[in-house]
Design a protein around this ligand. Structure first.
Ligand code: 2AM
Length: 221
C-alpha cells in the first residue's frame, strides 16, 4: 500500500533533451531582448513597472524555474484529482519513456510569466488529460470552451512570487481573447507576428515553430 502511494509522481510531462533546452532558452532570451526595446512595448511599459519612465530588464524580471518541460498531468503524489487514474492509464504506461517532437508554436509574456505555447499532435493529445482546461475554469472563466490541449505550454520563467502553474492560466486567457476576436495591436517582427492583448499580455506567433525532441516521463523531486 505504501509502495502504491509512493509510486505516483509529482507530475508527468514531456522533457526536451538537453541540447533542445539550451536552444529554447536562447530563443526565449532573444524574444525578451527584442521585446524590451520595441517602441510598442515601451509605450505600454506601465504594465510592468509602476515607476514613471522606468525601463524594465525582462531577463531579470523573470526567474527560470528549473528544467524546462511541458506538464501533461500534475498528480501531486496522488493528492491531485484523477492522479491515480492518469498514472494507471494504459496509454500513459505504454508511452512512458517514449520520445516525441513537440511543436512550440508561440512565445508569450505577461507581467507574471513568460512561456511557450505547445501545439499538440493527435498522438500527443492522447496523453492530455480530459479535464485540463476545465480545471482552469475557476481562475480563467471560459477556459473549458477552448479545444483540448489549449493549456499545453512550457514555463520559461516567472516574476517574483509567481508559481509556474500561472503560465497555463495566462496562455488560456490570451487564447480566449484571440477567440473573442478582441481588438489588438499587431506588428510583424523577425520571428513572427507580435500581438498585444492589453494588461501586459504579448503573444508572438512564430513563423517557424520551434521543434523540441522530448521524452515523456515524470518527476518525483
Ligand atoms: P507548469 O506546468 O506551468 O510549469 C511542478 O509544480 C510542475 O507542475 C510545474 O511545472 C507546474 O506548472 C505544474 N503545476 C503545478 N501545479 C499545477 C496544477 N494545479 N495544475 C497543473 N499543473 C500544475
Amino acid at each position: 500500500k505504501l509502495h502504491e502511494e509512493m509510486s505516483i509522481p509529482l507530475y508527468f510531462g514531456w522533457f526536451p533533451f538537453y541540447t533542445v533546452q539550451e536552444k529554447v532558452k536562447e530563443r526565449s532570451m532573444n524574444f525578451l531582448k527584442t521585446l524590451e526595446v520595441l517602441e510598442s512595448f515601451k509605450k505600454h511599459i506601465s504594465d510592468f513597472s509602476k515607476e514613471e519612465g522606468k525601463e524594465v530588464d525582462l531577463e531579470q524580471f523573470f526567474k527560470a524555474k528549473g528544467t524546462l518541460h511541458c506538464t501533461t498531468k500534475f498528480t501531486d503524489y496522488g493528492k491531485a484529482e484523477g492522479a491515480k487514474e492518469y498514472t494507471e492509464n494504459k496509454t500513459v504506461e505504454d508511452l512512458y519513456g517514449s520520445v516525441t517532437e513537440l511543436s512550440l508554436s508561440a512565445l508569450f509574456v505577461t507581467p507574471r510569466t513568460v512561456g511557450a505555447r505547445v501545439s499538440l499532435s493527435e498522438d500527443q493529445l492522447q496523453l492530455w488529460p480530459e479535464d485540463a482546461e476545465k480545471e482552469a475554469e475557476p481562475v480563467v472563466p471560459g477556459a473549458s470552451t477552448l479545444p483540448k490541449g489549449s493549456r499545453a505550454h512550457v514555463t520559461l520563467g516567472c516574476a517574483d512570487g509567481i508559481q509556474p502553474v500561472q503560465t497555463g492560466f495566462d496562455l488560456l486567457q490570451i487564447l480566449l481573447l484571440q477567440k473573442d476576436g478582441k481588438q489588438a495591436e499587431q506588428e510583424e517582427i523577425d520571428p513572427g507576428t507580435l500581438t498585444y492583448y492589453g494588461e501586459g499580455r504579448w503573444y508572438l506567433a512564430l513563423k517557424e515553430p520551434i521543434s523540441a525532441a522530448s521524452c515523456f516521463s515524470s518527476v518525483y523531486k
